[in-house]
Design a protein around this ligand. Structure first.
Ligand code: MG
Length: 410
């Protein structure tokens, strides 16, 4: 097992040159729009050089216009993945001259070829892996919010990072917290990593009560405002399951030394237990701008406005053990991570299909875990050595999960 993860807290950290040229993958999503708000608020420190969207070209045009209303004289390069959306974007004068070719090649081009110091990967799902690899091969700093890159391709990303000067700094709030707690420390001093979890909207519910929850209940996250996919993952605790695998890949700590702690307030973002019993935590209001900026700034704390945490006013912090039996996705993810090979890819692909089916009102909440478990049982375990292998397993997992969904749909 790897002793050192993809993230090296002891590496030499030179100050970044400003403004930091920044490419945003998934610009119209939650992470993307918050990154642009940061760029508009601190133009002397951050310049956007590239943006992508899958289909939301009207939102992309709004973002471009916002940058122009700021002090942007040059429009960033733009990637529109969906072919139909790309064709419509070509008819928009604000977008057309800056468009990269359509299709999924646009994202690796944006990640690896456009002038940039840092690539913020805010893509959703397995689609994030290829651009992460392209950014790594091009020697970029990768501010990684796309945890799936590491869940389905952690070893491939490790290989790409080993080739050059690229680095990964996590944007996921828990992993940013861990990176902050680990700063300058040697992994030999670490006993455990403790990922906090809000518990989602169904914290305290028993498995039996979860049989009839509605799509609306699933989408009502108690503390974080996020995109639909991750909000569903938070309600099943799959998000935390994926984060266990992400933490293992980033920090190289073995699975048995990565714990989950339920903390409904989402104030303590994660903790590191050191071998002498010292427990280090990072606290703050749930606001993704902080981990985004910390990654862009190459782990420096740059001034950032917003609410300050008043601990006296807060009064107390509450913690609970996770309900492993009521939320099977947590167990499935841990087992898949331990098994390695095809398992995490199947877990992730089947989960993406199941979540899409829930959002389309085709299945119930409790069927998500069943779909993933059946898909895992149906695809034999094997080694994954190349990107082609990984993408092939991802495709097979999706096909299998779609068939399971069809069987469940009356
Ligand atoms: Mg997270």
């Amino acid at each position: 097992m790897r002793r050192i993860g993809l993230f090296d807290p002891t590496r030499e950290r030179l100050p970044v040159s400003e403004p930091v040229k920044t490419v945003i993958l998934g610009a119209t999503g939650s992470i993307g729009t918050q990154t642009i708000e940061l760029a508009l608020a601190m133009p002397e420190r951050l310049r956007i050089t590239g943006l992508s969207t899958n289909t939301r070209i009207e939102s992309l045009r709004d973002l471009v216009l916002q940058l122009k209303a700021g002090d942007y004289t040059e429009t960033p390069q733009l990637a529109v993945v969906d072919a139909q959306a790309h064709a419509r974007a070509q008819a928009m004068p604000e977008l057309a001259p800056h468009l990269l070719p359509p299709g999924k090649d646009g994202l690796p081009a944006l990640a690896g070829q456009v002038d940039a110091d840092v690539v913020v990967n805010g893509l959703v799902g397995a689609a994030g892996l290829e651009p992460t690899l392209a950014a790594a091969k091009a020697g970029r700093r990768i501010a990684l919010a796309n945890k799936e890159s590491l869940v389905i391709g952690g070893d491939l990303v490790a290989e790409a990072l080993a080739q050059g000067k690229a680095e990964i700094i996590p944007v996921d709030s828990e992993h940013s917290a861990l990176a902050q707690c680990l700063s300058g420390r040697d992994y030999a001093e670490v006993d455990k990593l403790i990922l906090t979890a809000s518990g989602g909207p169904f914290r305290g519910w028993q498995a039996a009560d979860l049989a009839s929850v509605s799509r609306e209940q699933v989408l009502k996250h108690p503390t974080w405002e996020m995109g639909h996919k991750i909000t569903v993952d938070s309600a099943t605790l799959m998000n935390k399951g994926l984060e266990i695998i992400e933490a293992h890949m980033l920090f190289g700590v073995s699975y048995e030394d990565i714990d989950v702690l339920v903390h409904p307030g989402s104030i303590v973002h994660s903790l590191v237990l050191y071998v002498d019993g010292s427990l280090m935590a990072q606290l703050g209001f749930p606001d993704m701008k902080l981990p985004i900026l910390y990654a862009i700034a190459r782990e420096a704390h740059w001034p950032l406005g917003g609410q300050r945490l008043d601990l006296a006013k807060l009064g107390q912090l509450v913690f609970e053990a996770p309900q492993v039996d009521d939320f099977p996705c947590l167990r499935l993810a841990r087992e898949a991570g331990l098994a390695g090979g095809t398992a995490p890819i199947v877990l992730n692909g089947a989960n993406e299909i199941a979540v899409a089916a829930l959002l389309a009102d085709k299945i119930q909440y409790i069927q998500i875990a069943r779909i993933i478990e059946e898909a895992l049982a149906g695809i034999p375990q094997a080694r994954v050595d190349t990107l082609e292998d990984a993408l092939d397993v991802d495709r097979r997992a999706r096909t299998a999960a779609e068939a399971i969904v069809d069987d469940m749909t009356p």
